[in-house]
Design a protein around this ligand. Structure first.
Ligand SMILES: CC(C)(COP(=O)(O)OP(=O)(O)OC[C@H]1O[C@@H](n2cnc3c(N)ncnc32)[C@H](O)[C@@H]1OP(=O)(O)O)[C@@H](O)C(=O)NCCC(=O)NCCS
Length: 141
């Protein structure tokens, strides 16, 4: 939970999607340093609900290794599409796009409508959520 709160400030929201999700962790020796939660969405789509690495271990490659592992896991599982929602700016957007995620839509005012307090990153208020998807090759829409 401590890790997941880094990616989503609402514990209630995290708890609401934890059951029914699969949780992946990255560890350094016996210490869990990163976590990623993925939820099924229909027949052949899954959504990455959260990914976080402990601040003391960020920028060391754990997040990239964890994301790659999750992408490969669902490719091998035969999933058609891995989705994620994120803010409209910041390094997280590049983090996903680097791995092949493409923007599919904008959920306007998502962060205002779904959280009781305004959320700021780098001093900028988050309003809209970008929806991204990684489409695995080999599937016919
Ligand atoms: C997003 C996150 C999981 C990435 O994990 P990580 O272990 O730091 O990732 P990596 O070390 O593999 O680095 C991936 C890229 O992100 C960049 N990055 C990571 N943390 C950063 C930060 N705080 N500020 C700016 N860039 C950052 C890295 O520099 C790297 O980019 P580069 O390849 O151009 O150098 C992690 O930073 C995190 O937990 N952030 C807070 C929670 C969050 O925002 N989760 C995503 C919700 S949408």
């Amino acid at each position: 939970m401590e890790l997941l709160l880094l990616a989503d400030p609402s514990e209630d929201k995290i708890r609401s999607y934890l059951s029914g999700s699969r949780c992946f962790v990255a560890s350094s020796g016996a210490v869990v340093v990163g976590a990623c939660v993925v939820q099924p969405r229909g027949k052949d789509t899954v959504e990455l609900m959260s990914i976080a690495v402990h601040p003391a271990h960020q920028k060391s490659g754990y997040g990239t290794a964890l994301l790659k592992w999750v992408i490969d896991f669902y490719r091998n599982a035969g999933v058609r599409q891995l989705e994620v929602g994120t803010g409209t700016f910041g390094y997280q957007l590049a983090f996903y796009q680097r791995h092949g995620f493409r923007v599919t839509s904008i959920d306007r005012d998502f962060f205002v409508k779904n959280y009781p307090e305004p959320i700021f990153e780098d001093g900028i208020q988050l309003f809209d959520m970008l929806r991204l998807a990684l489409r695995y090759p080999g599937h016919v829409d």
